[in-house]
Ligand binder design. Structure first.
Ligand code: FMN
Length: 250
């Protein structure tokens, strides 16, 4: 099945080198409007994008995000925040009985909302011939990022977002086989799952070899095994979430 929207979605790849060329007037606003049009839980619209334009502030923010080159090169760099602050304000305005911001549900709602918004912005940007790279390293230093952006209660920066004109044309990165992510009737048993992962390991080894990247063990399971053991490196995020009012009550 092929149509222009599906072709666009299937051609996504992150861009990490950008031309030194600004976005035309109005483009950013159009992209954010597209982001706003994503589905949103109960119409809460629990997100905010903060565009950092001042060169010194952008440089500082980039440094807090592992100093990644694509941030410096981007025509626009935004911090996408999960944001229940407006909903907290609405709660105060109407002296509502409860504000359940300390439930896991609150953070899930806001995180899903902002993720959907980001993806809509990504698709809209790519439809205009722009490239994007999301930046999870925005969560490396949540306290310093929060201070730089002046984040009030119930707001946390979930990811950075680079937008610009691509100065590279990377290959599309292969995804897991469909059977790994589309299960029928019930969750796939581990044996079948493992066989699919072994196939994908091979696909990724071949993909990186075809890109001239022969360094290290590129099997997907091996790379992910190491990646998922690194979440503790962002333990400051737990403290920051608590300070912001997302206590994640247990
Ligand atoms: C929330 C999120 C955070 C990400 N953070 C980074 C990042 O900090 N630096 C980076 O170079 N890429 C980052 N990426 C891009 C992913 O590495 C990339 O999407 C993934 O490897 C798949 O490659 P593709 O987007 O080219 O298809 C991030 C993607 C997401 C969704």
């Amino acid at each position: 099945m092929s149509n222009p929207t599906i072709d666009l979605l299937m051609s996504h790849r992150s861009i990490r080198r950008f031309e030194d060329r600004p976005l035309p007037d109005g483009v950013l606003e159009t992209l954010i409007r597209c982001g706003q049009q994503a589905s949103t839980s109960s119409n809460l619209q629990a997100y905010t994008a903060i565009h950092v334009t001042d060169p010194e502030r952008k440089k500082r923010l980039a440094e807090l995000c592992a100093d990644q080159a694509q941030i410096h090169q981007s025509a626009a760099f935004l911090a996408f925040c999960a944001d229940l602050h407006r909903d907290w304000m609405a709660n105060q305005m109407h002296e509502a009985e409860r504000f359940d911001g300390d439930y896991v549900e609150a953070l899930m709602i806001a995180t899903v909302d902002v993720a959907l918004m980001m993806q809509n912005v990504a698709i809209a940007a790519e439809a205009m011939g722009l490239g994007i790279c999301m930046i999870g390293a925005m969560r490396n230093n949540p306290k310093a990022v929060g201070a730089l952006l002046g984040l009030p209660s119930h707001v946390v920066a979930v990811a950075g977002f680079c937008i610009g004109y691509p100065a590279q044309a990377p290959e599309v990165k292969p995804r897991l086989p469909l059977d790994a992510v589309l299960h029928r009737e019930h969750y796939l048993d581990d044996e079948k799952h493992r066989a699919i992962l072994a196939d994908y390991d091979q696909t990724m080894v071949e993909f990186y070899a075809s890109q001239g990247m022969h360094t290290g063990d590129q099997r997907w399971t091996k790379v992910m095994a190491e990646r998922t053991g690194q979440f503790h490196a962002r333990e400051e995020l737990d403290e920051f979430l608590t300070a912001q009012g997302f206590q994640l009550r247990r």
